[in-house]
Design a protein around this ligand. Structure first.
Ligand code: AMP
Length: 279
């Protein structure tokens, strides 16, 4: 495995291997969720490139850009084990040099959920992912369903901008107790780590009610929210039942309905989601 820090060097590598690369974009501080994407990437192309870049343009002014966890040495071990050929870890100065002024914006589906709570977030995500697609020139790129809306936004961007790249969405990898793996979990205190279970419990409660025949979104919302409101510290940012394609609100739920939630536990904002009819 090699580590490339320069955009120009990455482009040179990609020029030689065009049509044979699978890309896994990440912000680093890798865990088993990221590794599952890399292992799948290994099966889908001759060369696997994992990018590690804490992208400043997707963080709002009061968000955790500076405190976002970073550990390239540890990331190298995980990526190597997962079969990655190249870690692409560019600097912000190389990605956004002096005079940079171009951004890519997907409109309607970025208006909801995380897009509503984090203005400008998806504009930063689509901009950096489009840049990575141009630099790495992958034939396939893998993303986690943990960031369900992000995956939907990337799919929309790929269709709308005619990127000739297959997008693969991978299942959420969870800790044994149900918490969705996230680099931000390491920022939770032991008490908050326990409280963070309210996200997966909320999903489980809504799914149980759905399985029991409840179809009213208002009723399901109450059931799910109760699991979080019963906790002292966690604060709901959003808890929504949506159409999984358009991400628009619904009144009646069905098997394909997406439950997506964002909850603040202490200073850490966690997200999770599930499709009601899926296990
Ligand atoms: P991040 O480093 O958080 O930007 O995530 C990089 C990629 O890994 C994104 O496509 C995420 O959706 C995916 N990912 C993060 N956590 C998980 C998880 N627990 N299970 C599956 N994929 C994940």
């Amino acid at each position: 495995m090699i580590v490339i820090h320069s955009v120009a060097q990455m482009q040179q590598y990609a020029r030689d291997k065009r049509g044979e690369i699978a890309l896994v974009p990440t912000m680093g501080y890798l865990h088993e969720g990221h590794a599952s994407l890399m292992v799948e990437a290994r099966k889908r192309a001759k060369y696997v490139v994992a990018s590690i870049f804490v992208n400043p343009t997707q963080f709002g002014v009061n968000e955790d850009l500076d405190s976002y966890p970073r550990d390239l040495e540890h990331d190298k071990e995980i990526a190597e084990k997962a079969g990655v050929d190249v870690i692409f870890a560019p600097t912000a100065a190389d990605m956004y040099p002096e005079g940079y002024q171009s951004y890519l914006n997907v409109e309607e589906i970025t208006a909801h959920l995380c897009g509503a709570s984090r203005p400008g977030h998806f504009r930063g995500v689509t901009t950096v992912v489009a840049k990575l697609f141009n630099i790495v020139a992958p034939k396939v790129a893998l993303f986690g369903k943990k960031d369900f809306q992000q995956l939907a936004v990337i799919r929309r961007m790929v269709r709308d901008f005619n990127f000739d790249i297959e997008i693969v969405g991978m299942p959420i990898v969870r800790e044994a107790d149900g918490l969705a793996m996230s680099s931000r979990n390491t920022k939770l205190s032991p008490v908050e780590r326990e409280q963070a279970l309210c996200l997966s419990r909320s999903i489980a409660a809504a799914k149980a009610a759905f399985k029991g025949g409840e179809r009213s979104v208002a009723a399901l919302q109450k059931v799910a929210a109760a699991m979080i409101e019963g906790e002292k510290s966690p604060q709901i940012d959003y808890l929504e039942f949506r159409d999984q394609d358009s991400l628009l609100p619904l009144e009646k739920a069905d098997e394909r309905t997406l439950l997506a939630l964002a909850v603040r536990v202490g200073s850490v904002r966690l997200i999770d989601n599930s499709i009601l009819g899926e296990d």
